[in-house]
Design a binder for this molecule. Structure first.
Ligand SMILES: Cc1cc2nc3c(=O)[nH]c(=O)nc-3n(C[C@H](O)[C@H](O)[C@H](O)COP(=O)(O)O)c2cc1C
Length: 152
């Protein structure tokens, strides 16, 4: 089983965080992509997907993640059976829009039939917690393999 890590980043923090996750999961077959370079048609339900995404504007996706989700919304692929986990990045000083980027990713994938698994992580850059360290610990908890007997 392949682990596909997709990151959406404006200033590079989510990219570095995605690299830390790839490093943590290095015993698996891991592929890492900027969402800007990844087409929704390449989503494969046989792969486990990890979305690492920051938040910009007023609770919006970073610019690099927008084309991916525009195409996803427009083509509306059936993602039934696709399992994914989200590590979001944001800053609590933005109040109501805290970590909306990762939440938007999850909502759009679930709307296509994908299933979110594991804890939805929300890094807060107002804290001293380093996103790479938090992400490594989080990645180690992910249920990468489907429980035996879970599929129909
Ligand atoms: C202009 C700007 C707008 C932002 N808007 C939000 C926001 O609405 N909600 C939030 O939680 N974080 C917001 N952030 C914080 C970033 O998401 C956070 O710093 C993140 O770690 C940046 O990751 P990146 O370097 O991968 O883009 C904003 C940051 C900037 C500079």
């Amino acid at each position: 089983m392949r682990v596909v890590i997709l990151f959406g980043s404006e200033m590079g923090t989510a990219e570095l965080t995605a690299e830390a996750i790839a490093d943590e999961l290095a015993t698996h077959d891991v592929s890492l992509y900027d969402m800007f370079d990844f087409h929704p048609a390449d989503l494969d339900a046989d792969d486990f997907h990890i979305v690492v995404c920051s938040t910009y504007g007023d609770g919006e996706l970073p610019t690099g993640a927008e084309p991916f989700f525009k195409i996803l919304d427009a083509t509306a692929p059936d993602l039934t059976g696709l399992r994914f986990a989200v590590f979001g990045l944001g800053d609590i000083i933005y109040g109501d829009t805290f970590n909306r980027g990762g939440e938007i990713c999850a909502e759009k994938l679930v709307a296509r039939g994908a299933v979110q698994v594991g804890e939805h992580a929300r890094h807060d850059s107002s804290t001293d917690i380093k996103p790479g360290e938090m992400a490594r610990e989080w990645a180690a908890t992910l249920p990468l393999h489907e429980p035996v007997g879970a599929s129909a």
